[in-house]
Design a protein. Structure first.
Length: 723
């Protein structure tokens, strides 16, 4: 044990706040060893919780189907401009994922595969025809997972359920339903376009037949079978107008098909939209922003400004794309109205030119007009008829841009829970949490358990450490070797000792602790050891009386006269421990009702004065002039005088007595005294300007006490006790 000797006037340092400053690895290691039960308990609890949760967690299996999603299906026939197409759309992937997660597709799989009968949504659902909306939500949220491969057109479609066979079956069924859904959408668009062209073909057939009849009628009326090469200017103008009218009518029909797409909400499928450089750039920018937003959303928190900024950019680009599409659609609609207006104007001009031609031309002009009209109607009819044939051939060829690369197979091992991973994570968390718990327990421990704590928080040297005698007895099995004058616990549990212990009995580790206190007191002052010493504590029950009695006994073993005075006039206990009468004691001496006649204890080396009767004014008696004279007169007869004083916080008796003695020994219970209480008691001593010799740390745990730790290695044999 190392001592830091105080100055004659006492240590000037006061209580300090707890701090981790200067904490080295060895100290951290000592803390972890001392509180290993905290760390081990937390580790075992964490492992137990992980094991129980893992055992109680339902085993689920994930089956995976790999799909290849191309940007557009193969174009067997050149049908661009007639059918809506996804060509060059940068948002094809997002659209495909939205379709894969659609409720209609999930409901279709649930109904076709009769998933409810498998027990996935609960028991007792056999034969259920209607699909509950809650099933669809559970199917999409708990079961289905879509994940694209990085830098690839491949997409992983996974389904999770408690049954591996069911997981594989539903994953494959969902992939097939997705492919069929795409085929049906394209077939539906083809059927709508075919119906429109068929209706137009019927109109063109009627017009072609009317023009043929009109041409035959003119030929019969004029009697001209065919026209010559020479034509009049009116006929030539009429011919040009008729050609322009035919061209305008063809253009109007083509634009009318595109307007129908706009009215159907498929403006993005317009040829002008798909061929627009601006739209292509906006879609490319949108794809890049979506990729960046997905990456930032996965790595950053939802409230981080970067994802929010990217979200705003995404909305802006989408808005620009929508405006550009609507602008182009507006242009198509305007072109369609212009074509209609042009057709009407050309028809009006044609009618006007026909009147003029009739006036200036002969019957050949009429024949040429009807012949041209018949030829135009016939060409238009044949063109639409050819397009209908091509579309019917295309309808017989099912096309899709989705292909199954790997089908799902029933998984062998469950996807969740992962037993080894859970145990590894639980073990790591248990170790880290246990270490942190041990450090936190040390940080928030407000007990002064070791001499280092006294140095750090009180700034006082430690005169000695008295181990917990109960722990000492448990650590050294066999017959109890503790002397009767050394109670195993504090004053509250100290039994009444019938007779003093012989010096030969003071051979235990406990007696060595009190010998260390004796040595510390003798070395506490550099010039001469203190002669009059006061023992006190912050509150009662910290072992001050036991410490005072046994320390006095240790000094008596030196062969010098020692006096022990019970100055606790409120709750005296020295007479019980020493087995001496209490009727005439310190109270009677200070009031002048008796002379000081100390009782002999421990074979005459130790003399003791009991407290006597409990007076109504103990503080005034202890601070009186008679007390000063008593101390001076006793100092002439005894080498050492020890006073057992009341605790500091309840009463002020020790504060008035402390300035009358050479020094004060402050007793602290390491097992139960809070640091704040000890600091407050020590602060009162400083206010009283008492000379504090040091601190005795009582009831120290075996892990903190060197006496208990090395008791088995350095035990003193009877008859060889050190003086």
């Amino acid at each position: 044990m190392s001592l830091r000797l105080p100055s004659p006037g006492g240590d000037s340092r006061g209580p300090t706040a707890p701090s981790w400053d200067g904490l080295d690895l060895r100290q951290i290691g000592r803390i972890l060893i001392e509180r290993a039960h905290w760390a081990l308990g937390f580790f075992l609890a964490a492992m137990l919780c992980v094991g129980v949760l893992t055992a109680l967690t339902e085993r689920v299996y994930t089956a995976e189907t790999v799909l290849l999603i191309e940007r557009e299906p193969a174009d067997v026939l050149e049908m661009k401009g007639v059918l809506p197409t996804a060509a060059r759309r940068e948002d094809t992937d997002k659209t495909a994922f939205d379709v894969l997660y659609s409720r209609n597709l999930a409901e279709r799989v649930i109904r076709d595969e009769r998933v409810a009968e498998s027990g996935l949504f609960g028991p007792g659902l056999e034969g259920a025809d209607e699909v509950d909306p809650g099933w669809v939500t559970q199917y999409l949220v708990d079961g289905l997972e879509i994940e694209p491969y990085a830098d690839s057109r491949l997409v992983a479609l996974r389904f999770t359920s408690p049954d591996p066979e069911l997981s594989a079956r539903i994953a494959n069924a969902h992939a097939r339903a997705f492919i069929q859904h795409g085929v049906e959408l394209r077939s539906r668009a083809s059927d709508e376009a075919l119906a429109f062209l068929t209706h137009t073909l019927d109109e063109l057939r009627g017009r072609m037949e009317e023009s043929q009849l009109a041409l035959d009628r003119v030929r019969r009326e004029t009697g001209i079978v065919s026209l010559g090469e020479s034509q009049s200017p009116a006929v030539e103008r009429l011919t040009r107008i008729n050609d322009l009218l035919t061209t305008a009518e063809v253009r109007r029909i083509g634009l009318e098909a595109q307007v129908r797409l706009i009215d159907a909400g498929r403006a993005e499928s317009l040829p002008a939209v798909m061929e627009s450089v601006v739209v292509a750039k906006l879609k490319q920018e949108l794809a890049h922003l979506e990729g960046d937003y997905a990456l930032q959303s996965a790595n950053l928190t939802p409230y981080h400004p970067q994802p929010t900024h990217l979200r705003a950019q995404l909305d802006e680009v989408k808005n620009q794309l929508r405006q550009e599409t609507m602008r182009i659609a507006g242009g198509v609609r305007a072109a369609y109205e212009g074509a209609r207006q042009e057709e009407r104007e050309l028809r009006e001009r044609l009618e006007a030119q026909q009147g003029e031609a009739l006036r200036f031309q002969s019957a050949s002009v009429r024949q040429e007009l009807f012949a041209r009209d018949e030829e135009a109607n016939r060409r238009l009819y044949e063109s639409v008829q050819q397009r209908i044939k091509e579309m019917r051939v295309l309808a017989e060829i099912p096309s899709s841009n989705v292909f199954v690369i790997d089908e799902a197979y029933p998984p062998i091992s469950p996807a969740h829970p992962r037993v080894l991973l859970n145990l590894a994570v639980g073990g790591a968390l248990g170790v880290i949490g246990g270490l942190l718990l041990a450090l936190f327990a040390h940080t928030f421990d407000n007990k002064l358990r070791a001499p280092a704590d006294l140095e750090r928080h009180l700034g006082l040297p430690t005169l000695g450490c008295v181990p917990d005698f109960g722990a000492l007895s448990a650590a050294r099995p066999g017959p109890a070797r503790l002397p009767r004058l050394l109670p195993c616990t504090g004053l509250a549990a100290a039994p009444k000792a019938p007779a003093p212990a012989a010096p030969a009995e003071l051979t235990s580790a406990a007696s060595e602790a009190y010998r260390a206190i004796r040595t510390g007191l003798m070395l506490s002052r550099p010039d001469a050891p203190p002669k009059t010493i006061l023992f006190t504590s912050s509150v009662r029950g910290e072992g001050k009386t036991t410490t005072a009695v046994n320390t006095a006994l240790m000094f008596a073993q030196l062969g010098m006269p020692v006096l022990l005075v019970d100055a606790d006039l409120r709750r005296p206990r020295c007479h019980e421990i020493l087995g001496i009468p209490r009727d005439l004691g310190l109270t009677e001496i200070l009031t002048g009702n008796a002379e000081m006649l100390p009782e002999e204890v421990a074979g005459g080396s130790l003399h003791a004065v009991s407290s006597g009767a409990c007076p109504p004014n103990p503080t005034e008696l202890l601070g009186s002039e008679r007390m000063r004279k008593l101390i001076r007169s006793a100092g002439l007869q005894y080498s050492y005088i020890f006073f057992d004083a009341p605790p500091l916080l309840p009463v002020s008796d020790a504060l008035v007595l402390a300035p009358l003695v050479d020094g004060v020994v402050f007793v602290v219970d390491a097992a139960s005294s809070p640091r704040q209480v000890v600091q407050e008691g020590f602060a009162r001593l400083e206010v009283a300007r008492a000379t504090t010799l040091g601190v005795v740390l009582n009831r120290v745990n075996g892990k903190d006490s060197p006496y208990l730790r090395y008791a088995n290695d350095y035990s003193i044999l009877p008859g060889r006790a050190a003086a």
